[in-house]
Design a protein around this ligand. Structure first.
Ligand code: SF4
Length: 366
């Protein structure tokens, strides 16, 4: 099955010898003005500041997906990673073009589940049990997996609405197959009252996923083994150290962090939840945040009346998000100006049909 139509390779990048960073920003602003309403820039919260300064709308995956569905502009430049641009393309109108400034901006978690593995796992699981299983995919996955859940009566979720979507799934079926992020699945299901011994991890790199038919029969939730390397980097020891150094610091983490970290933290929630919690906190409050470093630094600058630090002493940077840089963005802007847009993300109609079903179900539930 073909996922993409018309996807093109990016052209050679503008070098620093050719244009300085300042010149790049100047030209970006000039082209932007010239193109006016024809172009809209969406920026994920984990993007670097220069890129965010050019964004018309910023948000997490859910906010940007909703935004993409409302836009009218002919060109939507998506400053984020591949699966987000695919989602935007699925939700946008046929006359609109979604552009990803760097085709190598992927998501390591999304890459941990592919359609062949999911089809094989589904077959194994179905062989082991006749119970009704609802597949749920985190939005961080390729269009082919969204197509899979749409075709199998499942839904998509984001970290903002995972609880609602999983509640719906549990009312709808007897078991849940959740992919690709085991941590979001485990943390959310535990919050909903499902004990850990009713959850198993399916690892496609092991024979039969590393689980027996009896384990599948007993489990309420089957979690795919995937994880986000950025969020999995936070540790329980870091939470304990922060609390030991200053018990007044509130630790808030993203639910892509491991179970131990989420349990040890004071609060957890999606990127939007983290932003709103910190924004509404009183001046003088102290926060240690377990999420991507660009966002933590931006919050620290924006809310300088509060003390905001990263939970980790190491740079928890999403290297793939970081691939989108202003000079790569300029390539996209120039290509639109020439009337020959590059890096257009276009999901095939075949894949779009069921994916949209699953996306629309998510938007309805949330
Ligand atoms: S932060 Fe993690 S889940 Fe988000 S895009 Fe980067 S690798 Fe993927």
């Amino acid at each position: 099955m073909n996922i993409y139509e018309n996807e093109q390779d990016h052209l050679p990048k503008i070098s620093e010898a050719e244009l300085s960073d300042e010149q790049v920003m100047e030209e970006l602003h000039a082209i932007r003005e010239e193109l006016g309403d024809k172009l809209v820039v969406l920026g994920h919260h984990y993007q670097q500041d220069d890129v965010i300064s050019l964004a018309d709308h910023t948000g997490d995956s859910l906010q940007l997906a909703r935004e993409a569905a409302k836009l009218d502009a002919e060109y939507i430049i998506f400053c984020g990673v591949h699966f987000m641009a695919e989602t935007a393309d699925m939700l946008s109108a046929p006359h609109q073009k979604v552009i990803l400034p760097d085709m190598n901006a992927g998501c390591t978690m999304a890459d941990m589940a592919n359609r062949v593995e999911i089809d094989r796992a589904w077959e194994n699981i179905k062989k082991a049990t006749s119970a009704k299983i609802t597949p749920i995919t985190y939005i961080n996955c390729s269009a082919l997996l969204k197509d899979f859940v749409g075709a199998n009566d499942g839904a998509i979720c984001t970290s903002s609405n995972a609880k609602k979507v999983i509640e719906w799934a549990l009312e709808h079926g007897e078991k849940l197959l959740f992919f690709p992020d085991q941590h979001l699945g485990r943390n959310t299901c535990f919050d909903l009252g499902i004990p850990l011994d009713e959850m198993i991890v399916y690892n496609p790199n092991m024979q039969n996923g590393g689980v027996t038919p009896e384990q599948i029969q007993k489990a309420k939730v089957i979690l795919w083994y995937g994880y986000c390397s950025v969020h999995q980097g936070f540790t329980k020891a870091q939470v304990e150290q922060i609390k030991k150094d200053d018990p007044e610091t509130t630790v808030i983490v993203h639910p892509e962090c491991s179970f131990d970290v989420v349990q040890a933290a004071d609060m957890d929630g999606s990127t939007s939840h983290i932003i709103n919690t910190v924004k509404n906190a009183p001046a003088g409050s102290k926060w240690a945040i377990g999420t991507e470093i660009n966002l933590v630094n931006r919050l620290a600058n924006e809310f300088s009346d509060k003390k905001i630090v990263s939970l980790s002493p190491y740079q928890c940077l999403c290297a793939t998000m970081y691939r989108v840089r202003p000079r790569w963005l300029l390539e996209s802007f120039r290509s639109i100006k020439r009337g020959e847009p590059i890096n257009v993300i276009s999901v095939s109609e075949e894949v779009k049909k069921n994916s949209l079903k699953a996306l629309e179900r998510m938007l309805k539930i949330s």
